[in-house]
Design a protein around this ligand. Structure first.
Ligand SMILES: Nc1ncnc2c1ncn2[C@@H]1O[C@H](COP(=O)(O)OP(=O)(O)OP(=O)(O)O)[C@@H](O)[C@H]1O
Length: 682
């Protein structure tokens, strides 16, 4: 193996005689980069490819049934998007077919006149009207072709947008738990590659339609001249069609097989230009590693491309060979028909022209059918994804939540992530009251975040119930509730909240994406989160794009981002706030201010769930649940928990010891009600 790791190691031992590795084995082998960075070969699971659908749909019967269905779907989408453009495209195609047939009839008429008996001058004069028709047909074809180009250029982007929007809308409505299941995730992910296929299919369908109509016109004219000319035309078409389908299948399977590999290569390159990775790329020499790995992995995909090109060349050779033989036979039959007087010479001339133009059309048809077939497979993936997404969609209807909500209560709630062996949350019962701060604490991986997702209605419990309780005793279980209402009642600040590449204002206002932006509320939320002054002091203020690289781009620090994230959650103005480590990046004063803000929100009547490892903040929580291995192992106030020798006392003592505080300093004392004022802390 070379020092730069460019040699590929075959994964499976090769049996039989020692041979030079084939292109397929070179591309399919495990590279050092894959082993080092991804722990193994990055290829789509072959068992899934073979059994879970994609291969079964490659059958000819399946394809023959799917093609009209998909073309109909694309046309329907086009009809909904822009009727006039679609009607224009169809009319132009049909028109071109008619002009092609018309042209061929005129050719036949010209030849018949020229091959007739009589003086040449008279024959030429007789042919003039047919020549005029021929010229008119050519002009009409050109006009119709230009019209078709203009109309399909207008229609295609609209069709792509419609299918993409349908796919992305469906995907964002899937239950989070379903997206965690590999079999669902794969289908949803695969669907992404077909969103532009609708546009391509439309273009190709138009092209294929054009050629097919032209060929149908030629076939009709040929059949009217002599029936035997028609099967001859088909004989040339069949081998090319076979070659097209074979190549398309091969390309599709290859793309499916290499999905993860492609994604990994794209991510390697993306890191190189990401500002947040700039330091490690230079100081830790991560850039060199990434580039080396990129080159090595790219060589694998190049080998795969080479393999495909070789295979395609072989297929083309076989298909071309058979098509050539068919053409030869075709001309042989024509010769025989002419030599035995079964066909007049003029008709023979027309037949030669029709066969030649049809063969040229055939080449274009084969290329387009090839692409159409491939696009069809990808579009089928997108349609499958939309279908699966619909099956796992969050229900739109359900019972209304009690109003006003008094508390959220879980009863023996358990949740196991798909594929996990142990539950992340195991028989947990908690009560989250409005007007109070409830803290969830526990070691890493004890189930705190998962519990907040269950409370938010993002995950549904495998066992147990999550109840929304009203002031006067009525209650609704989350599975029966209208989830839209549940989400409307909840504001979430996740540990790894998204940092949108947008303006500062958009980053706050997206906290209530279902409402029109209210800038005074944006400013108020930012004020409470302690980030308003910072944003308003920027040269472009709220219109600054909080991502460096844009013209109005700025770089925020980690803590500044966290404040912006908090502002987003506050802007949502929800009854229940679920905040997961909201202060991990804040300086001590900002942290105290943030906690104080949470306590005021609780005093205003909201339910605040605080997940934190900063136990100084939990001292003042109204109730604390301590989780371990997905279970609640202790609960109570800070004073109650400090009075027992348990997990909480151990964690709190360890943290306090870092400040040199001893056991005596940590005895339960009178509660202060709210965290220390930041001013006092200074
Ligand atoms: N999406 C997921 N798929 C599978 N397992 C998961 C997923 N998310 C979390 N887990 C697992 O569930 C368990 C609980 O994780 P959770 O994130 O709820 O813990 P946590 O208490 O919030 O941890 P931390 O303090 O580190 O944030 C862990 O064992 C974790 O590995």
């Amino acid at each position: 193996m070379s020092a730069r790791g460019t040699t590929l190691t075959p994964v499976e031992p090769r049996t039989g005689k020692a041979k030079r590795p084939t292109k397929a084995s070179a591309s399919d082998s495990l590279s050092n980069a894959e082993r080092e960075l991804y722990g193994g070969r990055l290829r789509y699971d072959q068992s899934f490819v073979r059994h879970a659908g994609p291969l079964t749909r490659l059958g000819f019967g399946h394809m023959a049934a799917a093609l009209p269905r998909m073309v109909a779907m694309v046309l329907r989408t086009g009809w909904q998007a822009d009727r006039r453009a679609l009607a224009g495209v169809v009319a132009a195609q049909v028109g071109q077919g008619v002009t092609a047939g018309w042209g061929l009839v005129a050719v036949n008429s010209v030849l018949t006149r020229l091959f007739a008996d009589g003086p040449t001058r008279d024959k030429l004069d007789d042919a003039v009207p047919s020549l005029v028709v021929l010229a008119a047909a050519a002009v009409a074809t050109a006009v119709l072709s230009a019209w078709s180009t203009a109309m399909s250029g207008r229609l295609e982007p609209q069709v792509e947008r419609a299918v993409s929007a349908r796919y992305y809308r469906a995907v964002t409505e899937v239950e989070v738990e379903a997206t965690e299941r590999p079999e669902v995730q794969r289908v949803l992910e695969a669907g992404r590659f077909g969103t532009d296929s609708a546009r391509n299919m439309l273009r190709l369908s138009v092209g294929v339609g054009n050629v097919v109509i032209g060929m149908a016109a030629a076939a009709a004219v040929l059949a009217s001249l002599h029936w035997v000319l028609l099967p001859m035309l088909l004989a040339i078409a069949v081998p090319r069609g076979w070659g097209a389908v074979r190549s398309a299948r091969r390309d599709y399977l290859s793309r499916l097989h290499w999905v993860d590999h492609r994604r990994a290569i794209a991510s390697l390159l993306a890191y190189l230009t990401r500002p947040h990775a700039a330091g490690e790329i230079r100081v830790h020499a991560a850039g060199e590693k990434l580039l080396g790995s990129y080159e090595e992995m790219s060589r694998q995909t190049e080998a795969e491309q080479q393999r495909l090109a070789h295979a395609q060349a072989s297929t083309d050779l076989v298909a071309g060979g058979f098509a050539g033989l068919a053409s030869l036979a075709c001309y042989g039959v024509l010769w025989w028909l002419l030599s035995t007087g079964r066909l007049p010479l003029a008709v023979g001339g027309t037949a030669v022209i029709a066969i030649r133009t049809s063969t040229a059309r055939l080449t274009s048809l084969v290329q387009q059918v090839n692409r159409l077939y491939e696009e069809l497979l990808f579009l089928t993936d997108t349609e499958d994804a939309i279908e699966i997404a619909g099956r796992h969609a969050i229900p739109r209807a359900g019972a209304a939540l009690p109003s006003p909500v008094r508390a959220l209560r879980t009863e023996n709630v358990s949740f196991t992530y798909p594929g996990a062996e142990a539950p992340a949350v195991d028989g947990v019962s908690v009560e989250i009251r409005r007007g109070a701060v409830t803290a969830l604490v526990g070691v890493n991986g004890s189930g705190k975040t998962t519990l907040t997702k269950l409370l938010a209605g993002l995950l549904l419990p495998g066992e147990g119930e999550v109840w929304w309780e009203g002031e006067n005793g009525q209650r609704v279980e989350v599975r029966q509730a209208d989830r839209g209402e549940v989400f409307a009642a909840v504001g979430v600040l996740a540990q790894d909240f998204p940092r949108w590449e947008m303006t500062a204002a958009a980053n706050v206002a997206i906290g209530a994406g279902d409402r029109p932006r209210d800038m005074s509320a944006v400013r108020q939320a930012a004020e409470t989160a302690g980030v308003r002054d910072l944003i308003e002091a920027l040269p472009h203020g709220w219109d600054s794009i909080v991502f460096k690289g844009y013209e109005r781009g700025v770089q925020l620090s980690g803590g500044q981002w966290q404040k912006l994230g908090t502002a987003r959650t506050l802007y949502r103005d929800a009854q229940v706030l679920l905040v997961d480590e909201p202060t991990s990046a804040l300086d001590p004063h900002a942290e105290i201010a943030a906690f104080q803000g949470l306590w005021s929100l609780a005093r205003e009547g909201r339910a605040v769930v605080l997940v934190t490892h900063r136990l100084a903040a939990t001292m003042n929580a109204d109730h604390i649940y301590v989780l371990a291995d997905g279970r609640v192992v202790e609960d109570g106030s800070h004073a109650e928990l400090m009075a027992i020798e348990g997990v909480y006392q151990g964690m709190f003592t360890a943290q306090a010891a870092q400040y040199g505080l001893g056991a005596d300093d940590l005895l339960p004392g009178p509660r202060t009600g709210t965290p220390t004022d930041p001013q006092d802390a200074r």
